[in-house]
Design a protein around this ligand. Structure first.
Ligand code: SF4
Length: 253
């Protein structure tokens, strides 16, 4: 009886999906280079000044987002991965505003693993079902305000998992300038036990209408590396956005 009720639940809740694509590689953070299928959900509670996925954020794009059932999303993941269980990256927008627990459950039953990328503004109990949680609080250049208590709650939700393996949690901060760098230092001091990844920001997101500025990105990355070394900040990892270097602002890769 309980199972039946649960199945009905699965088929009635829908996930707002902007795009599903892959197999490609994860371009940033702890899982950089890993083969993955991306599920990009639609809708976000933030409006970062340099957001490069506004088509998955702004309400004017809502008509492009498909309300898909868990089974429909998973069927597309299986089609793209040819039924080989691999890493599924749930990104957005903010995937934390979507009902994703049934997808995690279904995918795990078939051997898939799941990573979520979110800014940590909405904490979900289903974070404890994840394999990886990347929290990317947004620095001052984004023009957003970090609600630290919400980030704390997101970490708490993910650490509630009793059995092993535990959810692997990491932090990621995009850095554009000195103010962002100071913010990243604060994040590191606030969460000393979590791995922190820094990446140089992309000044030419799609809406800028400009060509991607690879030399500029590499220059800022060099600055960022020199900055961390000068500070003897040796616990941090500085990475590029690999997908930006390889494919610029192209969608679906
Ligand atoms: S949180 Fe992410 S998806 Fe949302 S506006 Fe900021 S960069 Fe874009």
């Amino acid at each position: 009886m309980i199972q039946l009720e649960r199945r009905e639940h699965v088929t009635t809740r829908t996930i707002a999906v902007s795009e599903i694509f892959g197999v490609t590689i994860q371009g940033e953070g702890a899982l950089i280079g890993k083969p993955t299928v991306f599920v990009r959900t639609g809708g976000c509670d933030y409006r970062c000044s340099w957001c490069d996925t506004l088509y998955a954020v702004l309400p004017e794009h809502k008509a492009e987002w498909q309300p898909l059932t868990t089974q429909q999303v998973f069927a597309e993941i299986q089609r793209l991965s040819e039924h080989t269980p691999l890493l599924v990256t749930l990104s957005g927008g903010n995937p934390a505003i979507q009902p994703l627990e049934e997808l995690l459950d279904l995918g795990h039953q078939h051997g898939y693993t799941f990573a979520v990328e979110t800014q940590g503004s909405v904490a979900q109990p289903w974070f404890s079902m994840l394999d990886y949680l990347t929290l990317s609080p947004k620095p001052p250049s984004s023009k957003q305000v970090t609600r630290w208590e919400r980030l704390d709650r997101s970490i708490m939700c993910a650490t509630k998992k009793k059995d092993t393996p535990k959810v692997q949690i990491c932090l990621k901060v995009v850095v554009f300038d000195e103010e962002d760098y100071a913010y990243a230092r604060h994040v590191s001091e606030r969460y000393p036990d979590l791995p922190l990844y820094l990446q140089a920001g992309n000044h030419t997101p799609p809406q800028s209408g400009q060509e991607i500025d690879i030399p500029g990105i590499l220059e800022r990355m060099d600055w960022l590396i020199q900055r961390t070394i000068a500070d003897h900040w040796y616990t941090v990892t500085v990475l590029p956005q690999l997908h930006t270097l390889l494919w610029g602002n192209r969608r679906g890769v």
